[in-house]
Ligand binder design. Structure first.
Ligand SMILES: NC(=O)c1ccc[n+]([C@@H]2O[C@H](COP(=O)([O-])OP(=O)(O)OC[C@H]3O[C@@H](n4cnc5c(N)ncnc54)[C@H](OP(=O)(O)O)[C@@H]3O)[C@@H](O)[C@H]2O)c1
Length: 286
């Protein structure tokens, strides 16, 4: 299904997460990430850091480190604002808070199926895009059944689906209408998968296959996991406060794992491997 943007979205293989980055420290973390070479920056209305992230991006642009049009600034619509009027006001508020012009990628944060408003929210994002407030639109945490409904009711599929994906939960388990799992379903439908909590917030760094691959490649466990995401075809958005870790994570782009290493890490997956049991079929966030 074609989307209606003038140019298709392409993303770098690695992005930068900003959950919990706020204030002066958060601002300088974002500027440093841009200096080092990150171009995809992931914020959210509910992280209460759109101002912080916008300021960090403006600092980097002012310093000449990056031009505004090279940055893909992402933010997200909270569950409590899925009604059309609320959604359009929230998008405008996001734009003003960051202060860097139209948002490059705007995502619905959670489908909240019990609330029954995600199609209305999606129509509002289509409208926001058509009005020029945002450039590209997508979703987070949408299951294939939610995505199919968007396509059936609007004819527009999201360009991105940002989902929980890490070694404990590789998103390869069969789901209703998606026998190979959510990652494969997204790919088959031309939707870019972004992995949230790609390092599992640290939970898989110590696992045997990750340590073995790290030793074999003279790499760090974090680099191995990020190279694994790339091998699966998912865009990881690790959060890292310090310059050293930001750099470490970027260097994962030089690491190529073997098929056996990739398979061994994927085999760490468990049906109950979500970090906080947030199954989008039932979990809701506002
Ligand atoms: N759409 C959604 O519903 C959703 C949900 C959750 C997250 N997200 C997005 O995804 C981003 C990433 O997820 P996350 O922040 O939950 O978890 P994460 O990126 O998996 O892990 C972040 C943690 O790992 C540490 N870390 C970073 N690089 C490391 C390395 N190389 N080795 C060891 N530890 C390392 C960080 O510490 P320091 O910061 O101290 O370096 C931080 O404590 C978020 O920031 C947010 O943008 C989206």
């Amino acid at each position: 299904m074609a989307t209606m943007t003038s140019e298709p979205l392409t993303l770098p293989s690695l992005g930068f997460g900003t959950y919990k980055l706020r204030g002066e420290e958060g601002r300088s973390s974002v500027t440093t990430a841009l200096e080092l070479g990150y171009r995809l920056i992931d914020a959210a209305y509910n992280y209460e850091n759109e101002g912080t992230v916008g300021a960090g991006i403006r600092d980097a642009v002012t310093a000449g480190t990056v031009s505004r049009d090279e940055v893909i600034y992402t933010t997200k619509l909270p569950g409590r604002y899925q009604r059309r009027e609320d959604a359009l006001d929230t998008v405008a508020e996001s734009v003003w808070r960051a202060g860097i012009g139209p948002v490059d990628l705007y995502l619905i944060h959670w489908p909240n199926p019990g609330q029954g408003l995600y199609v209305e929210a999606w129509k509002a994002l289509i409208e926001a895009r058509d009005r020029g407030l945002v450039r590209h639109i997508g979703v987070c945490n949408f299951l294939p059944e939610h995505l199919s409904r968007l396509e059936d009711e609007t004819g527009v599929l999201p360009e991105v689906n940002q989902i929980e994906l890490h070694p404990s939960f590789p998103q390869n388990e069969p789901l209703a209408g998606a026998p190979e799992g959510a990652l494969a379903w997204n790919t088959e439908h031309g939707i870019i998968t972004e992995s949230w909590s790609p390092l599992g917030r640290g939970t898989s760094l110590d696992s045997e296959p990750v340590r073995a691959a790290a030793a074999a490649h003279d790499a760090t466990p974090g680099q191995v996991i990020l190279a694994w995401h790339r091998a699966l075809g998912a865009v990881a958005i690790p959060k890292a406060s310090s310059r050293a870790r930001q750099q470490e994570n970027l260097e994962s782009l030089q690491l190529e794992l073997t098929d056996a290493e990739i398979a061994a890490i994927t085999a760490l997956g468990r049906p109950d491997g979500r970090l906080n049991d947030q199954d989008p079929a039932v979990y809701e966030e506002f």
